[in-house]
Ligand binder design. Structure first.
Ligand code: TXA
Ligand code: MG
Length: 395
């Protein structure tokens, strides 16, 4: 299949006529059951008509995605939500009024008319109204609800630039719309409202859990079950290694995800980072080894450069940094980009800074724990873990 690429310059985003002209072929393709990758404010999505079960099947095939992992359905306007679900309760309406358009997906009991292929066989559906102007224009031109998972090959980090989509899906989809980098760089927050008295964040994301919690605590339409606040965040904190008989609530969360092809190591403190670097670079024969890559806050990088000295520091390559912030926005925004850049670099191990779970730190850590999940052959990590157990890491 030949994939056509449509490039949209930022100055055209606000030009309705120009945007309509450029997006018309992709919108027509969606109406005919084709596959269109498009930018959203979170990550790039791979869209197809949500009314067409065959089109949904094509999404699973193009991504290599397991068929039991449901898709999020995207619409341009809130009036398009009701036909997709059994009903739109006042609490859901209030949440959409507050958080849409934006990085918020809400799970509700599905309309019987919506094909089961879209919802992975579940009787609920995740709904979202994206805020990216190109996504909104495409959705309104197609005049359809569009099922769209992230536009990556299953298991790899989500795409935050059109180039990532091209690498994973060129030749497997009809159109790729290129509108530059995504603002948030992490996927939407998935809130399960199928039990309206017990809402749960199944996947922490670009809308912070604090904002959701604060809204629910003050929402007159919310009749809460006792203890709901503790349970709200339970699924998103679930560790990747589930115990026997334990079941993840979002089917997608049971698969290894967001992972680069090479190993990564999460480091919790500067002392641990320094020890891991020394362990790796100062052992015998280490000069011949591939370089070690780093993804840390700018202040960590500065400290490590000082304590390691120029010799060792020069052997850390590439070094990617983000701004140290309480809400961790930039760390989250550049995470998938860094994981993909690492795969393309000669480095054979990536050290990544663990963050506290405030703001976007919760979603950042959720993705990293899955990416660093020990179902993989990660010898360097095992070596560091063993050293840590022997007490060699406690500087
Ligand atoms: O930001 C986003 O949400 C992006 C952009 C493209 O909108 N989309 C995205 O979709 O991340 P995807 O398919 O990569 O992730 C959807 C997640 C999966 O973990 C899936 O299992 C869960 O949402 N999900 C979707 N529908 C569900 C449902 N009915 N019940 C439980 N989990 C659901
Ligand atoms: Mg995904």
């Amino acid at each position: 299949m030949r994939t056509r690429i449509i490039r949209i310059a930022p100055e055209d985003w606000a030009d309705d006529g120009r945007l309509a002209e450029q997006l018309a072929p992709a919108a027509a393709c969606l109406r005919q059951g084709g596959l269109v990758a498009f930018p959203t404010e979170t990550v790039y999505g791979l869209g197809a008509s949500a009314w067409d079960p065959e089109a949904a099947r094509r999404i699973y095939a193009a991504k290599g995605r397991p068929q039991d992992n449901p898709l999020i359905v995207h619409v341009a306007r809130s009036e398009q939500l009701l036909p997709l679900c059994r009903e739109l309760p006042p609490l859901a309406q209030a949440l959409f009024r507050r958080f849409a358009p934006g990085p918020f997906s809400c799970i509700l009991p599905k309309s019987p008319k919506l094909p089961m292929t879209v919802t992975g066989g579940l009787d609920t559906v995740a709904l979202r109204i994206p805020s990216h102007p190109v996504a909104r224009r495409l959705l309104s031109l197609a005049d359809l609800p569009v099922a769209a998972p992230s536009a990556n090959r299953s298991g790899l980090p989500s795409p935050t630039e059109a180039q990532h989509v091209c690498r994973d899906l060129e030749g497997r989809v009809d159109y790729i719309i290129d509108a530059g980098s995504c603002d948030f760089g992490l996927e939407s927050t998935v809130l399960d409202l199928s039990q309206p008295r017990q809402p749960r964040i199944l996947r922490p994301g670009a809308l912070s859990a604090e904002e959701v919690l604060d809204f629910l605590q003050n929402c007159p339409d919310f009749q809460a079950e006792a203890g709901w606040e503790q349970r709200l965040l339970e699924p998103g904190r679930q560790r990747p290694e589930l115990g026997a008989g334990e079941r993840p609530l979002a089917p997608g969360m049971k698969y290894r995800h967001y992972a680069p092809k090479k190993p990564l190591l999460l480091v919790e403190s500067l002392a641990e980072a320094e020890a891991a670097i020394r362990l790796r670079l100062e052992t015998e024969g280490a000069e011949q080894q591939a370089p070690l890559a780093l993804y840390v806050a700018a202040d960590w990088a500065e400290h490590l450069r000082r304590v390691l000295g120029t010799g060792l520091w020069a052997r850390l390559r590439p070094v990617w940094t983000f701004a140290p912030e309480a809400e961790h926005r930039e760390a989250a925004q550049k995470l998938f980009w860094a994981l993909r850049s690492y795969d393309e670099s000669p480095a054979q191990l990536l050290l990544v800074q663990a963050l506290d779970e405030r703001g976007l730190g919760l979603a950042y850590m959720n993705r990293l724990r899955k990416a660093a999940s020990p179902q993989r052959d990660i010898q360097p990590e095992t070596a560091v873990a063993a050293a840590r157990d022997r007490g060699e890491m406690s500087l």
